[in-house]
Design a protein around this ligand. Sequence first.
Ligand code: OGA
Ligand code: MN
Length: 297
Amino acid sequence: MAIEVHALGPGIAAEVRGLRLWEPLDPADVELLRRLFGEHGVLVFRRQSLSEHEYADFCALFGSLEHTVRTDWASRVRPEIGLITNLKGSNGNPLGGLGDGEVEWHSDQTYMANPATGAALYAVELPPEGGRTYWANLVAAYEALPERLKQAIDGKNAVFRYQKRLNKYKGADQKLSEEGRKRTPDVVHPLVHVHPLSGKKALYLDPTTSIGVVGMPEAEGNALLDKLASHAIQAQFVYTHNWQVGDVLLWSNGCLMHRREPFPSSDRRLMKRATLHLPADLHIIPKTFMPAEMAAQ
Ligand code: OGA
Ligand code: MN
């Protein structure tokens, strides 16, 4: 069956039909999918039924798989697969990450020097209501900015800190261990990147980790970041995904933010997640500076 592509969202997100991802793919189809992923930022495949090996091997066609940092969330069959779930084991410990609460607008790994920007979720169990995931198109959001805001952020860089996200979800008193701080020092990324395929500019934002703009007073920098984020999450830039069991969805964090709505804790949600280093010829890979380099400039 030939591949069919259906646009889903406002300039992002496409559903690809006609593929059974458990079967070997034709090399020409793989090339087409890689390009479609670069162009759309979100790719959806529905009605899939995959073993963890089949799923991981499929994801690896788009970039090298990262072993999840959270080994306690990792699958035992295939350690590159992490569980995103509210389910608990018989000992009462969570089997995976992110629980049942809201996951606020963010982009993955923005606090890393070399963020793995690709991610995939495979829906295995879903709550009857809630738990939808939203993606904001940061290319369209950039394009729609008033000219004076485009100028205000031209050449500007933001500082990202893991500790901020930790405090948001685990409480204000949570401190990173010495080792954790070493693994995630503050990093600096430009606020705007150019997409390698379209040549269009995209915002790079993460309100859950950004702590300011380099060269601006803290309050002013954060006010600017807040303004950009509230602009970017307006409905006209957002694709909402209504999950169905069997969905495989890939996204590219370099040109998007995402958020998950909460769902009732008495319901079950189980997603299998893969994390990927995507190629720079097809995806935005944020540039990174270390704050010390910036200070020396
Ligand atoms: C993630 C994430 C949202 C969801 O895995 O990075 O934000 O819908 N997940 O589970
Ligand atoms: Mn995420």
